[in-house]
Write a protein that binds this ligand. Structure first.
Ligand code: HEC
Length: 170
């Protein structure tokens, strides 16, 4: 995946070009599942219990200028009383985390998704399935890639079971 570009959001066409040339355009069945679940209200517990848009961090690999992250009830079981991830959490199977990447308050650019499902053919060795899907439903990076574009950055010092919200939004 291209590293992030500081400053203004990528023009939409350029973002499509990056997505189109580097990765499978079609995806696999689980990509459709991830999209449907990201679009649903399943993951409805906000990080720090706030849906306020956050400016992307300097460490973000995600080009959109704003974000907000939400957890389904299984994932939210790992949040503390302030809505932050409890240190040394290993998320249970069924945990779904969706980051809405936003151009502005009204415009979703894409979803970045992590779903814990050990044993799934698309899961990595820690059980995470990684999804990257544009607002229009086009698959930017298929879960079939098993997080190849995501895992090393998400494994940096300070990660909690490969999640980074706590590190960048403490
Ligand atoms: C260069 C580093 C980097 C890469 C590459 C990257 N991310 Fe992230 N990601 C971050 C950071 C930093 C955050 C914390 C919020 C922010 O500033 O964007 C984050 C947050 C997230 C979150 C919210 C959950 C959490 O706490 O981490 C999800 C879901 C996510 N990324 C998915 C992905 C997926 C899927 C990919 C690959 C397609 C990916 N990321 C690639 C740096 C990266």
């Amino acid at each position: 995946m291209a590293s992030s570009i500081n400053g203004a959001p990528l023009p939409f066409a350029f973002a499509l070009l990056i997505a189109g040339c580097a990765h499978e355009p079609d995806g696999i069945a689980v990509d459709g599942e991830l999209l449907e679940r990201a679009r649903s209200t399943e993951a409805n517990v906000w990080y720090a219990f706030s849906d306020t848009l956050l400016a992307r961090s300097i460490g973000s690999g995600h080009a959109a200028p704003y974000l907000r992250t939400r957890y389904n009830s299984t994932a939210a079981s790992a949040l503390d009383s302030a809505g932050r991830v409890i240190n040394e959490t290993i998320f249970p199977n069924g945990a779904l985390i969706v980051k809405d990447l936003m151009i502005d308050a009204a415009t979703l650019e894409r979803y970045a998704i992590m779903l814990k499902r050990n044993g799934d053919p698309a899961a990595d060795s820690e059980g995470w399935i990684w999804g990257y899907i544009l607002a229009n439903g086009a698959v930017a990076i298929s879960a079939a890639d098993q997080g190849a574009a995501c895992r090393s950055c998400h494994g940096q010092n300070g990660h909690i079971d490969r999640t980074l919200m706590n590190k960048y939004f403490p």
